[in-house]
Design a protein around this ligand. Structure first.
Ligand code: SF4
Length: 391
């Protein structure tokens, strides 16, 4: 059966920068080695002695047969003093474990087609995705396979395509695009629950385009002006504290830079303040992002593609929208805190915020469920309140 392989240019352009990397994936996390790679490494005369110390057999599964033993600094035992991988240097890429060979490359399947991507937890991948020109040219290749696949429901196909179109609509500012996507997800949810026909999604999308064209969407956005300062404070501090607990060794020092900056965003009484965070965004982050005005558009385009929004972690369409708004809110808050602390934002700071947040988020089991439950508790259950996370 003929199917497609879709590859964005940020995947084609990616090359690991090895010892130049500011947060190497060879540090501080569980690096598992599959059975075949484990056996071949021990059988290699140049690696045998090192492998006996640097690998520990755990036999969790065929894919996780052994684990890399980390040294006191959290580094994989195969790294030499120049931070180069000895397996790669002495035996070539073919002997690397599946994780080491493929990371940060990832992919998801949809209707039998494969969509390739990169994880934002790799700094070099984050740089390509968020900052480099021409990162989002897509090539589609024909491949054949006989694997079974599930067909994407019509509501999900429409929700995905229309969300991307609303995000990329040049007439819409990002806040207007997100408002329109939030409104659309309510209709998508009804269609998913069979309360409405899936053609209602087309109708709503057309209405939203009309509202965008005649400027009325702007008035909608302006009318969503609830005061949610206390709820935002609760949501931000809860998520930040959770991410700051039991952190993986990888990225810990970089997370601490962000944490220290957050701790300095305080009011006159020394309490953490969302108002101060907003001031920091206006006064320090926005001017510093002048050169990167498309930063969040790129991030969200990547997000929709990479996560196959709104089919995210078995969440409903409105829950997936709320999760995405929280990711946006947390990243904006971290950028604001760092911008206030450093009196501006360099490209290095920008990449750090996105990469550290995604590394931390990825290491939390059930992150999306935690966030959705927290939003319910904080009163972020209806669209007008959720949209205030953009401000
Ligand atoms: S995090 Fe990315 S750039 Fe850094 S060492 Fe790993 S693959 Fe290479």
């Amino acid at each position: 059966m003929e199917k497609s392989l879709v590859r964005p240019s940020f995947v084609t352009q990616f090359n690991c920068i090895g010892s130049e990397c500011e947060d190497s994936c060879c540090y501080g996390w569980n690096i598992y080695i599959d059975k075949q790679s484990y056996k071949k490494t021990l059988a290699n005369s140049e690696l045998k002695v090192l492998a006996q110390k640097a690998l520990k057999k755990v036999k969790k599964s065929e894919d996780a047969w052994a684990k890399a033993v980390l040294n006191q600094e959290g580094a994989c035992g195969f790294l030499d003093d120049k931070q180069l991988c000895q397996i790669h240097a002495k035996a070539g890429e073919s002997l690397l474990s599946h994780t080491c060979k493929t990371y940060p490359r990832m992919s998801h399947m949809k209707d039998g087609d494969r969509y390739e991507s990169l994880s934002l937890s790799c700094p070099e991948a984050a740089r390509l995705i968020l900052l480099k020109p021409n990162a989002f040219h897509f090539e589609r290749m024909t491949v054949s396979h006989k694997n079974q696949f599930e067909v994407t429901p019509l509501w999900a196909q429409k929700a995905h395509d229309y969300s991307i179109q609303l995000l990329l609509n040049e007439k819409l500012e990002i806040s207007h695009s997100l408002t329109a996507i939030g409104i659309l997800m309510k209709t998508v949810e009804s269609a998913k629950q069979l309360v409405q026909n899936s053609s209602s999604i087309d109708t709503m999308f057309q209405q939203l385009l009309t509202l965008a064209d005649n400027g009325e969407l702007k008035h909608h956005v302006a009318s969503f002006n609830q005061d949610t300062e206390l709820q935002k404070m609760h949501a931000f501090t809860s998520i930040h504290l959770w991410l700051n607990t039991n952190k993986p060794v990888r990225g810990r020092a970089r997370f601490e830079v962000i944490n220290q900056a957050v701790c300095r965003v305080v009011d006159e009484e020394g309490n953490f303040s969302v108002k101060q965070l907003n001031n920091a965004w206006e006064q320090h982050a926005l001017p510093a992002l002048e050169k990167h005005q498309d930063l969040f558009n790129r991030y969200l385009f990547y997000y929709f593609y990479h996560m196959n929004f709104p089919q995210v972690d078995k969440l409903s369409p409105t829950e997936a929208f709320r999760l995405m708004m929280v990711d946006y809110f947390m990243l904006r808050s971290y950028l604001a805190a760092i911008a206030a602390d450093k009196q501006g934002l360099t490209e290095h700071n920008i990449i750090m915020c996105f990469q550290v947040y995604h590394t931390s988020r990825q290491h939390k089991a059930n992150f999306s469920k935690y966030v959705v439950d927290l939003l319910d508790k904080c009163g972020f259950d209806e669209l007008p309140a959720i949209l205030t996370l953009m401000n």
